[in-house]
Design a protein around this ligand. Structure first.
Ligand SMILES: NC(=O)c1ccc[n+]([C@@H]2O[C@H](COP(=O)([O-])OP(=O)(O)OC[C@H]3O[C@@H](n4cnc5c(N)ncnc54)[C@H](OP(=O)(O)O)[C@@H]3O)[C@@H](O)[C@H]2O)c1
Length: 323
C-alpha cells in the first residue's frame, strides 16, 4: 500500500482508504461481514477510515471503534462528520448557520463521535454538508478553533455537497480548514478546475469520495437495477439517472485494460492525480476490499488510457433525486 502525506500534520495516510457509509445501514449490511472486511483492509495496509455520526446514528462509528481496539498497535486515522442540525443535506442556501451548524451542536456531535469512536481526539472532523454563504461567519470558525485548541479534534474538514465542488472556497480561504472531501471520479472531474488548484495552493488535504459514482463505475448496474425497499439507491437511481449512468458505464467497458476491471480502472483514474491524498471506496464485502486495496500498489494507468478517460467527464447539476 502506497501512502501520501496528509498536509500540515505529515500523517502518512494510505492512498486507498475506507468509506464507511454503506456498512452503517444500507440494505444488505451485515456487521459480521463488515468486521471481516475492515480487518482485511488493515491487513492490506489501509490506515484511513471515513465515517460519520449520520451513518446509522453512530453505528458505523462504533464498528470503527471496535476495529481501533483490535489494532491498538497500528496508527489508524479516523475521519468523521458532524450532521447538519436540521438534517438537511442539500439546498442549504436558504438556511442560516444557526439552523444547521450552531456552535453548541458542533461541540455536542463532536463529543458524541468521540464517545462512539472511543478516542480522545478525532483526526479529521468534517462538516457533513456545507453552504459557502457561511464561509466568513466567525461563529463556526471559533467553534472549530476551540475544539482544536482543546485537543478534541486534530484537523477540520468540509465534505462538499455532491456536484458542488466550489461551494466551499470562502471557507478554505479562512485557513481554518485542513481538508476537503469531494466527489471525484471518471465522470465527476470538475474538482480539477478550481478546487484542486486552491487546495494545492493552501496545502489542504483532499479526500476523494464516491469513486464508483455510487456503483455505476463498478460496471455492475443494469437499466433494471433495483434495491430492497427503503434503500436510498432506489430514490437516487431513478430512471432519469440510472439509464444514462448505465449507458455511460457501458461506453467505458472497451477501455478496461485486459485482466483488469472497471472498478480498478475507476480507482486508478483518481489516484493518478497527486493532489488527491486518499480515496475512500465504500465497501462491505471482503472481496471488494481485496480488489480495491490492490489499487494502492503504486502502478498507474497508461497515459493514453488516462487521456481517453478524461473524455468521459459528465457535468451534472443538482436534481431533486440527487441527494
Ligand atoms: N456527504 C458526504 O460526506 C458523503 C456522501 C457520500 C459518500 N461519502 C463517503 O464516501 C464513501 C464512498 O462513497 P459510497 O460508498 O457512497 O459510493 P462508492 O464508493 O462510489 O460505491 C460504493 C458501492 O460500490 C460497491 N463496490 C465497492 N468496491 C467494489 C468492487 N471492487 N467491485 C464492485 N463493486 C464494488 C460497494 O459494494 P458493497 O458495499 O456491497 O461492498 C457499494 O455498493 C462513503 O462510504 C462515505 O464514507 C460521503
Amino acid at each position: 500500500m502506497q501512502h501520501r502525506t496528509y498536509p500540515k500534520t505529515g500523517w502518512p495516510i494510505s492512498e486507498v482508504g475506507y468509506g464507511m457509509w454503506g456498512l452503517g445501514g444500507w440494505s444488505g449490511s451485515d456487521d459480521e461481514e463488515t468486521r471481516r472486511s475492515l480487518n482485511e483492509a488493515v491487513a492490506h495496509g489501509c490506515t484511513f477510515f471515513d465515517t460519520a455520526w449520520a451513518y446509522g446514528a453512530g453505528h458505523s462509528e462504533q464498528l470503527l471503534a471496535q476495529l481501533l481496539r483490535e489494532h491498538r498497535g497500528t496508527r489508524l486515522y479516523v475521519a468523521t462528520k458532524i450532521p447538519p442540525k436540521n438534517l438537511r443535506w442539500i439546498q442549504l442556501e436558504g438556511c442560516s448557520l444557526d439552523e444547521v451548524f450552531p456552535a453548541d451542536h458542533i461541540r455536542e456531535y463532536t463529543e458524541r463521535s468521540l464517545e462512539n469512536l472511543g478516542v480522545d481526539a478525532i483526526d479529521v472532523q468534517q462538516f457533513h454538508a456545507w453552504s459557502d454563504r457561511w464561509g466568513a461567519d466567525e461563529r463556526w470558525q471559533r467553534a472549530v478553533d476551540d475544539l482544536k485548541r482543546e485537543g478534541l479534534v486534530r484537523s477540520v474538514g468540509i465534505s462538499v455537497n455532491r456536484w458542488e465542488p466550489t461551494n466551499v472556497m470562502t471557507a478554505l480561504e479562512t485557513g481554518l480548514i485542513d481538508a476537503v472531501q469531494v466527489v471525484y471520479n471518471i465522470f465527476d472531474q470538475n474538482p480539477e478546475d478550481d478546487l484542486f488548484p486552491l487546495s494545492r495552493e493552501l496545502d489542504i488535504g483532499v479526500i476523494a469520495r464516491v469513486p464508483f459514482d455510487e456503483g455505476t463505475l463498478t460496471g455492475t448496474l443494469t437499466k433494471d437495477s433495483r434495491w430492497p425497499e427503503g434503500d436510498w439507491r432506489n430514490t437516487y437511481f431513478v430512471k432519469e439517472n440510472l439509464i444514462p449512468s448505465v449507458e455511460r458505464a457501458e461506453r467505458l467497458r472497451p477501455l478496461v485494460p485486459a485482466g483488469s476491471t472497471m472498478a480498478d480502472m475507476a480507482l486508478r483514474f483518481i489516484l493518478d492525480d497527486e493532489r488527491v491524498h486518499t480515496i475512500i471506496p465504500g465497501m462491505r464485502k471482503v472481496k471488494n476490499v481485496e480488489a480495491n486495496m490492490a489499487a494502492g500498489d503504486g502502478k498507474r494507468l497508461d497515459p493514453e488510457l488516462m487521456r481517453q478517460l478524461r473524455k468521459h467527464r459528465w457535468v451534472r447539476h443538482r436534481k431533486p433525486w440527487s441527494d
